[in-house]
Design a protein around this ligand. Structure first.
Ligand code: ATP
Ligand code: MG
Length: 606
């Protein structure tokens, strides 16, 4: 069926998925069209064979009575009917097992497909999107949608469709005996299905409240467990338990309300079945005793209604589940299948970096319109220049770096790399040309080796170790129990901030791209380790255009050029020496830090 990715690269540039549950399911029905039709036939066949069994029994009974009456051999009178009976039973077995086999093949492949498509779509979302949606809930949504799509299809194929077949066939059979009998059963069915549908719709509200109460309980437990240290430190164990108690009470209340309603639905179903049995059997008995039908026909009418009742019993529940699955698909698709914010231009080609000049032209940027970060920013970072950015927290340094990476888009103006507008090149090629070390790098829950190799997937083990040595990470890595094979926990929580920064540095060393951005990349390191790394950084910066954001001014002092940011504007621009000589903002900050924070200028430092 659907084997390993057919077009792994084709999805990269742009992708579209339907955004409504109906069209979303349809997409996958179409994709597996042939198999789905096969299942429609098999399920229809199974259900037709089952519902025809009472007909075969009628033929047998009538055959036997006729033979008795005529005094001839019963077997010769009923052998055809018997073979029909046998064939129908065989049909049930073959159709149902064939359909089971197809399901085993189709089910997992379908869910895999849905997950892969949603994941690929999700990957193309912007930074902003991921800042406002939690990773855990996105993963849940993907799982729910893939489950929902298959369940909606299965419920339709295995529950609704067979019921339609059974109903139509039994209507036909009964009508051939007595049209009034068919009318009784037909009207019952119409009323029953409509009431089930309406009840299920009303039950949805209860089910939703109950689900919300359940997830509130899980949410509270997760919150308490994540903050377990705080609870311990403040000796709040009892408080946390009491806090949970309220949510548990609510869950119990909601659960009871839902179950009461469902119990009511069951009452309806049992009573309806009771009425149907009485009506059909009573009416058929009257016909039979009046000579209007044979014993076989009577038996057929009775078993048809029994079979239909059996099939229609859980109908409300199935409607309810169906609504729930559709609701899940709707929620998941609504969250994931939104238009992508940052997309490649239709004509986008790869970025070609020869020198590495970065130019901002009249750039306006705001995360939200009321609070602009940059207004008409003009800035040129010459090729091979090493530029430091300083400024108070919130002055827009990280934003500048994010814009170079096109993680966000300026509202106006252009950003050019070697004369090419970054909006008109592919995002992949742009990010391949730029290495970035963020302030708080996160690591995959994979081995350290794999985490470093992420910078260049083809790197050999020796190259990985070499990069780790340059980043001063080798020593602490080999001191760990599993060395380069150590797993570092989700997001790298088992490493210190400084250790993670050094892994990120090693990764960037392997990537060796022409432009390098360091956003507080060494801020978590002590001054001594930072000093040692400085040498590797010098080496790494050779022949590249480099932007270094740092609060610690000694990190920047040796760079070619320093830009001082204030509220999104560049208020000073020059080398360390020239800015000191200008005795402005930078010189002021320098004296402040030299006084308090910079041990290398402190006479008492070791
Ligand atoms: N994702 C975001 N959504 C909305 N506003 C943001 C976002 N990121 C940053 N901002 C706002 O944009 C402004 C500039 O932030 P930025 O992160 O560029 O500052 P910074 O100079 O890097 O500060 P720091 O030195 O603290 O890292 C701040 O006012 C900040 O609150
Ligand atoms: Mg920042």
């Amino acid at each position: 069926m659907d084997q390993r990715s057919n077009e792994p690269h084709a999805v990269a540039a742009s992708m579209s998925l339907p955004a409504t549950p109906f069209r979303f399911c349809l997409r996958y029905l179409r994709r597996y069209q042939a198999v789905v039709w096969l299942m429609v036939v098999l399920e229809g066949g199974q259900s037709a064979c089952s519902i025809l069994l009472p007909y075969a029994i009628k033929q047998i009974m009538d055959g036997v009575s006729a033979a008795h009456a005529a005094g001839i051999d019963a077997w010769s009178a009923v052998s055809d009917a018997f073979w029909l009976f046998a064939a129908l039973n065989l049909g049930v077995v073959l159709c149902s097992r064939a359909s089971g086999t197809v399901l085993v093949m189709l089910g997992p492949a379908l869910r895999r497909r849905v997950r892969r498509d949603l994941f690929s779509y999700l990957q193309l979302h912007s930074q902003r999107y991921f800042l406002s949606n939690f990773a855990g809930s996105l993963a849940n949504r993907i799982a729910e949608v893939s489950m929902g799509v298959s369940q909606v299809i299965w419920t339709t194929l295995f529950d609704f469709w067979p019921l339609v077949i059974s109903f139509s066939v039994s209507q036909y059979l009964l009508a051939s005996v007595n049209p009034r009998l068919a009318l009784v059963l037909g009207s019952w069915m119409v009323v029953y299905v409509s009431v089930c549908f309406l009840l299920a719709r009303r039950c949805r509200r209860y089910a939703r409240d109950y689900a919300a109460a359940r997830s509130a309980v899980s949410g509270t437990i997760v919150d308490s467990v994540s903050n377990i240290m705080t609870a311990k430190l403040f000796a709040r164990r009892d408080f946390e338990r009491d806090h949970l108690e309220g949510y548990l009470d609510r869950e119990v209340e909601r659960a009871r309300a839902t179950f009461w309603f469902m119990e009511g639905i069951r009452w309806f179903q049992f009573v309806a079945a009771f009425i149907l049995m009485l009506a059909v059997i009573g009416y058929a008995l009257r016909l039979w005793s009046a000579g209007g039908m044979s014993a076989g026909q009577f038996a057929m009418a009775a078993s048809l209604s029994l079979l239909l009742i059996e099939q229609a019993r859980g109908l409300s529940r199935r409607f309810l589940e169906f609504f729930e699955f559709v609701g899940n698909i709707n929620d998941g698709v609504g969250m994931i299948v939104r238009p992508h914010e940052v997309v490649d231009d239709a004509q986008a080609g790869p970025l070609r970096v020869a020198a590495g000049e970065i130019r901002f032209e009249q750039v306006d940027f705001a995360y939200n319109v009321e609070r602009p970060v940059f207004r008409a920013l003009n800035l040129t970072l010459r090729a091979g220049e090493r530029v430091g950015l300083v400024g108070y927290s919130g002055s827009g340094k990280s934003t500048l770096v994010n814009l170079i990476l096109r993680l966000f888009e300026p509202q106006r103006g252009r950003i050019l790399i070697d004369g090419q507008d970054i909006k008109l090149v592919t995002q992949e090629s742009l990010r391949a040309a730029v290495a970035m070390i963020p302030q708080d790098p996160l690591l995959f829950h994979r081995s350290l080796k794999d985490n470093i190799r992420y910078g260049r997937l083809g790197a050999s083990d020796d190259e990985v170790v070499e990069a780790a040595c340059l980043a001063y990470a080798h020593d602490f890595i080999v001191a760990m129990e599993d060395g380069y094979d150590a797993l570092v926990g989700e997001r790298g929580v088992k490493l210190s901030g400084g250790q993670r920064q050094r892994i990120a540095l090693a990764r960037a060393i392997l990537k060796a791209s022409p432009i390098l951005l360091l956003d507080e990349a060494t801020s978590a390191l002590d001054s001594v380790t930072e000093r040692s790394i400085q040498e590797s950084l010098e080496h790494l910066m050779q022949g590249r255009t480099v932007v270094v954001v740092a609060h610690r001014l000694s990190t920047l002092a040796h760079l070619d050029r320093i830009l001082v940011f204030h509220e999104g504007r560049i208020i000073e621009d020059g080398s360390h020496a020239s800015l000191l000589a200008a005795a402005g903002h930078y010189a002021h900050m320098w004296t402040m830090q030299a006084g308090g924070f910079l041990p290398e200028h402190d006479a008492s430092a070791p």
